[in-house]
Ligand binder design. Structure first.
Ligand code: HDD
Length: 742
């Protein structure tokens, strides 16, 4: 304890700070805790002293001998302590009780929303382009800041499927030198509600129905549609969910949005209103609905796997952080758009999206629970230079996150969990509480004090303190109401609809038809159509036809709005990093072609997966070709394009194939094909994926019902020409011409 020098008192917010006396700080910044033995690398030496060759980072245990949590070595962890080998188990078996008790408490409550997620570590590099509008140090030119990013679905439980139709969370923790900044956003730029007080209502409506707890991770049920059709401020967000944005191809191919308007402040105290955007380098791409549904069954971990695989392969996903900027006027509107209404976007054509830094995700978490599950984001984690606005949705969030984390993470000390620790020095006066792991020193965690020489001191803005922008609060009456400008629920959805290409509109109509078609209540379907009529008659008529109902007319005049071309996902060419090409072959196919195509796919930064009838390798001249997927384990959903290196025959486990093979060694050549290959091709065709084949593949394509010469079906070019054409097609993600509307 240091009681030297009773020294000066701390500063007053907004005024220059007094200089602290030069004494050792009695309450030193808390160093990050050293890792516990079982968090550091495990021993690579066996009890007998031999090198195990185990990878330090990959093994679970820290030493050669198994111990209890108290460090006592254990002679046996497979048998309970009993009175005789056939006798009763004894209560005095401390090891049994410790092991089972810990196991019983391994689970913590899942997040009430966004329970299902996947995350990665990375780095953010500032471009310095925001220096004029914010003093945030991490946005400075070339400044590198470690980050942790968690992507999530909203409605499903922890074990639900990744590819359901839903909004995706996109939460980023920047470990800046000035404290942690969390940008807790979504892949959709608007929200269902304008006021946080309605959050429990929208979530209760969207979650599984409380009587039978179904459906899981779906919005296609009565209570969701009951709420969003009665509560029309949800129309814009719902429309985005029904568009292709609701079923992303990959977390790596999603935009992110801060949703609310934030207030940036520069070192001179000048403020600018901004909306944050994340722009993926790979472009914005989606699944088609049938593909997403099949994926939910075939590979419920599809997005989680895709992110981890890409990072492991070194195909690090990148996004640019960007801002739209607006003058900070008292009205807080831009071109007539209310910036405090989170159901609004500002079209990019009206306010350009200006890049201010680059995010690269380059490392997978080493422990899902410790990092992805225990990470705690909070929109109130702000750094100097970034402030909030009075968006009523944001205000409620500022309360909710800390509150939920206290119960989810078991008390108020979760900031000490490694993934939540700030990288800035901490010198708080928060003490004790559940799961306290810091050993604080001193006797005076209060201020003012004299026992610790008046320390710690309060900093002013000049010493890097977070000082709220002193915005004017207009004199007003205390009311429970929304401003009139929040009452326009249809002009923004109409703009979104008008900005879609014909194929995207076709998908939206199909999505509403599916979701409303899954409702039992006729009144909800009819009310759904009334909402759609206020967006657009074509949309309403398409859905009404699918539901077998009459399309109603609008209840208010349709808004006259300009489309925003930036909202469409079509029409551009994108990089192919990490795209997956399935190459279907058997031992009788053109294996030289398979070898050279594999090399070319790898060289293009994509992933080639050879799909063979059975496991192992395909032989026949030259190096054997390893099979990565079999007809039994592969499905079209795994591939962005499918290639046929000839006319493969059926696998040994195909129904009836054994007999065919036994009788005719050439079974399959030009005739019989494995039904699973035919299914793969017909699905790939329906889902708008590029398909190619050479060396006699045409007969298999014909058997699969893939029309020769159809858009994006490449034959008659040899393996090299086929891949070239497929690569070109993949640049626009899908063969859009295949869809009826096109
Ligand atoms: Fe929220 C989690 C994003 C409105 C209350 N929210 C959560 C996560 C994301 C968002 C990405 C997951 C964070 C993680 O990966 O751990 N939430 C949003 C966005 C919103 C939004 C973009 C609107 C613009 N949220 C919102 C409101 C409330 C909440 C209005 C409550 C009034 N959100 C929560 C929460 C969660 C959460 C209950 C659940 C787990 C957690 O916070 O830590 O507090």
């Amino acid at each position: 304890m240091n009681r030297k020098n009773s020294g000066a008192e701390g500063g007053i917010p907004g005024r220059p700070s007094p200089q602290p006396p030069t004494v050792d700080e009695p309450t030193e910044p808390r160093e990050p805790l050293p890792p516990k033995p079982d968090q550091s690398g495990p021993a690579t030496v066996s009890p007998t002293g031999q090198e195990t060759g185990a990878d330090q980072a990959a093994v679970a245990q820290a030493g050669p001998y198994l111990t209890t949590a108290q460090g006592a070595r254990l002679p046996d962890t497979d048998h309970s302590l009993k009175a005789g080998s056939r006798g009763p188990v004894l209560l005095q078996d401390h090891h049994l009780r410790e092991k089972i008790t810990h196991f019983d408490h391994e689970r913590i409550p899942e997040r009430v929303v966004h329970a299902r997620g996947a995350a990665a570590h990375g780095v953010f590099q500032g471009y310095g382009t925001a220096a004029q509008i914010t003093k945030a140090a991490f946005l400075g030119k070339g400044v590198e800041t470690p980050v942790f990013v968690r992507f999530s679905t909203v409605l499903g439980s922890r074990g639900s499927a990744d590819t359901v139709r839903d909004t995706r969370g996109f939460a980023t923790k920047f470990y800046t030198t000035e404290g942690t900044f969390d940008l807790v956003g979504n892949n959709i730029p608007v929200f269902f509600i304008q006021d946080a007080i309605k959050f429990p209502d929208i979530i209760h409506a969207g979650k599984p129905q409380p009587d039978r707890e179904i459906p899981q991770a779906q919005s296609a049920h009565d209570t969701f549609w009951d709420f969003v059709t009665l509560h029309t401020e949800a129309t814009h967000h719902t429309l985005w969910n029904m568009s292709d944005r609701g079923i992303p191809r990959s977390f790596r191919m999603m935009e992110g949005f801060g949703v609310h308007t934030f207030r940036l402040v520069n070192s001179a105290g000048a403020t600018t209103l901004v909306k944050f955007h994340w722009k993926p380098k790979l472009g914005v791409h989606s699944m088609v609905w049938e593909e997403a549904q099949i994926t939910s069954g075939m590979d419920p971990d599809f997005h989680r796997r895709d992110l981890a695989d890409a990072i492991e392969a070194g195909a690090y996903p990148q996004w640019e952080l960007a801002v739209q900027t607006f003058p900070d006027t008292p009205e807080q509107t831009f071109e007539g758009i209310d910036l405090l209404d989170p159901t609004n976007i500002v079209p990019e054509e009206l306010a350009p999206v200006q890049p201010i830094g680059l995010l690269t995700l380059n490392a997978n978490p080493s422990n899902f629970f410790a990092e992805t599950e225990q990470v705690a984001f909070h929109p109130g984690h702000l750094v100097p230079g970034i402030d909030i606005t009075d968006d009523p949705l944001l205000s409620g969030r500022l309360f909710s996150y800390l509150d939920t984390q206290i119960s989810r993470l078991g008390g108020p000390n979760f900031a000490q969990i490694p993934v939540n620790r700030t990288h800035a020095p901490v010198n708080d006066m928060l003490r004790d509480g559940m799961h306290q792991t810091a050993v604080h020193r001193g006797v005076a965690p209060y201020r003012p004090n004299s026992l610790d020489a008046g320390c710690p001191f309060q900093a002013g803005a000049d010493l890097g303190a977070y000082v709220e922008v002193p915005v004017e609060v207009p004199a007003a009456k205390k009311v429970r109401e929304a401003p009139d400008s929040f009452a326009d629920h249809f002009s923004q959805p109409r703009r979104f609809w008008l900005s879609m290409s014909p194929v995207e509109r076709e998908h939206i109509i199909a999505a509403y038809s599916f979701e409303l078609g899954k409702c039992y209540e006729q009144a909800i379907k009819e009310r759904g159509l009334k909402v759609l009529a206020n967006i657009d008659p074509e949309l309403c008529a398409g859905v009404a036809a699918a539901l077998g109902l009459r399309a109603p007319g609008p209840t208010e005049p349709l808004a006259s709005v300009e489309p925003s071309p930036a909202l469409s996902q079509l029409g551009q060419t994108w990089p192919l990093d990490g795209r997956v090409i399935g190459i279907v072959a058997d031992a009788g196919c053109d294996l030289d072609g398979v070898r050279s195509v594999r090399q070319a796919v790898l060289a293009a930064g994509m992933v080639p997966l050879v799909v063979g009838p059975d496991g192992g390798a395909l032989g026949g001249g030259g190096e054997p070709v390893a099979v990565q997927r079999t007809f039994a384990t592969a499905r079209s959903i795994e591939f962005d394009a499918v290639l046929l290196a000839g006319a493969p025959g059926p696998a040994a486990d195909a129904i009836g194939a054994r007999d065919a093979k036994a009788g005719d060694p050439a079974a399959g050549r030009g005739g019989e094909s494995d039904p699973r290959v035919l299914l793969m091709l017909s699905e790939a065709y329906r889902h708008g994926k590029a398909i190619g084949g050479w060396a006699g593949a045409d007969s298999v394509l014909a058997a699969a019902g893939v029309p020769a010469g159809a858009p994006g079906v490449v034959t008659g070019h040899g393996e090299e020409g086929t891949l070239e054409e497929i690569t070109r097609l993949l640049g626009s993600h899908r063969v859009w011409e295949r869809f009826e509307a096109a």
